[in-house]
Ligand binder design. Structure first.
Ligand code: DER
Length: 233
């Protein structure tokens, strides 16, 4: 499909243009686009000379399935580069992430990577400069027993709609993250001040992390419908 081709083109270009020759520790994100990042890195001749740090169970599987050396962030609390997907990217390279419910470890890894490169298809470019917005809202990881109090506070912060993410047909009851937490998706509409909203949400007792990645990405690669790859940053 056009979207899959776009994901692959973004991922392959991002790895080919940014993978450091002397890389020792590499972060692998979560989701369907980063699958192609792991595939491309798995083709490198020197893949025995670096370790890859996962951002969740799916990410760990990608590392193993592509014959890459698996490390933990406990052993390697600083990385040379990290690659990850995103749900929405604005012109300042702020991101909304968390569609795959892996945002905590994704942000932990991105926060200690010297370089953080985003890979995405054309649908992820934020269409307006009126503020970043994702149809599914802002994913927020919370300690499970705080969901009622956090939901209440999110509405007080101006959320138009905030819901605990349910497992649907995959699981009765709420989604449990790789860190044994719950996820809330909160719709704030177009977000003018991403940093401020992130801080306000992060300050709520029970919030572990938000899917607002403010000023963390160095570059973003978008596979276009035309087959071209667009680079921001
Ligand atoms: O959960 C995340 O932040 C992921 O990176 C994800 O949302 C991007 O997903 P995709 O690459 O499957 O579109």
């Amino acid at each position: 499909s056009l979207v899959e081709k776009a994901k692959k083109a973004a991922a392959y270009n991002a790895v080919d243009e940014n993978f450091p020759a002397n890389a020792k520790v590499v972060g692998i994100g979560s989701g369907s686009t980063v699958v192609y990042v792991a595939e491309r890195i798995g083709q490198l001749a020197n893949k025995e000379s670096f370790v890859c740090i996962p951002t969740g169970f799916q990410s760990k599987q990608l590392i193993i399935d592509n014959g890459l050396k698996l490390g933990t962030i406990e052993q390697y609390p600083s990385l040379d580069i990290a690659f990850d997907g995103a749900d929405e990217v604005d012109s300042q390279l702020n991101l909304i992430k968390g569609g795959g419910a892996c945002l905590f470890q994704e942000k932990l890894v991105a926060s200690v990577a010297k370089e953080f490169v985003v890979v995405a298809d054309y649908r992820k470019k934020s269409p307006s400069n009126l503020g970043i917005q994702w149809t599914q809202g802002v994913p927020i990881e919370i300690v499970p027993n705080s969901y009622a109090t956090v939901l209440k506070s999110l509405y007080a912060l101006g959320a138009k709609n905030a819901q605990l993410r349910q497992g649907g047909s995959a699981k009765a009851g709420p989604i449990i993250t790789d860190n044994n937490n719950f996820l809330i998706d909160a719709d704030f509409g177009a977000i003018e001040n991403v940093a401020q909203l992130h801080q306000q949400i992060k300050a709520l007792v029970g919030v572990v992390e938000t899917g607002l990645f403010v000023g963390m990405a160095k570059k973003a690669y978008f596979g276009e419908e035309s087959g071209e790859v667009l680079v921001w940053g």
